[in-house]
Design a protein around this ligand. Sequence first.
Ligand code: SAM
Length: 321
Amino acid sequence: MTQRSDNSRRRSPDRASGRGPAVYTAFGLAAEAEPLSPGLHVVATPIGNLKDVTFRALSTLAAADAVLAEDTRVTRTLLAHYGITTPLVAYHEHSGEGVRERMIARIKDGEALALVSDAGTPLVSDPGFKLVQAAIEAGLAVTPIPGPSAAITALVAAGLPTDRFFFEGFLPQKSGARRNRLGLLAAIPGTLVLFEAPHRLPEMLADAADVLGGTRPAAVARELTKLFETVRRGDLAGLAADYASSGPPKGEVVVVIGTAPEDAPGPEHDADLDARIAAALARHSIKDAASLVADETGLKRREVYARALVLARRADDAGDA
Ligand code: SAM
């Protein structure tokens, strides 16, 4: 049987700081926090719905000597909601070596520090990796307190295979670099999970449809756990077309992309198709050009539309240059 970690060094919840007993409140009831061992406690927090927090997370945040937060204003809201008064210290992506050294020194002095990000699991496209690394190098305990992450939440709602998945995080912001990266991801034999800023979603989906092939099943999970949670499912070409016409969505999004259907043609584009689309684009809107070429070639309208979007954007970029 696996052994639990050694709790012999557990400290009183009264803490070295001299503050009163560590307490949190939920549903109008106060609970005393469990004592914490010295070390770095990496705590996952809600991704929108404040109720998505574990008892252990609350207890850890209440009992810690300090909470290291990406944005102290954001975390203050969570702590206030649960009646937690632990002092906050800023720890974000720009925090340098000096800040880390001070945190490590505090833990060596016997403190328990909790690390959180604005939402979800720290270190997952969020700050914390260097601090965890520094703590491990210093021989200090690192304790994960699991909880929400937008990546897993989106994956389970997407309706795509979950037996094998690859978390990519954010793609590069510039189209050329993004397309190169998508080219590498094309070979991965599993579901892809990507974060994206809402204003870049239409162009990201167009590039994904073009590079990975428009027939791949995909989902856009928006505002997960929040009031306007929606999951739009379809294929990449269809989703690219939808967001090209509706414009960027409001709120946060995760994109989940399945592997290509067995019978799907490769994403290579023949020069003839591109020439037809380019000619049609010279005279028509993207939508009309796509319909025209789809009728001429017998290809799926959505596929042609996704390719037309890419060619139109490329022509715009060339015009701007
Ligand atoms: N560490 C966080 C986690 O584990 O969920 C992710 C942080 S990353 C900086 C922020 C990105 O996560 C957003 O751009 C979006 O892609 C995704 N995200 C976070 N919260 C979300 C939500 N409620 N609904 C959809 N996507 C979300």
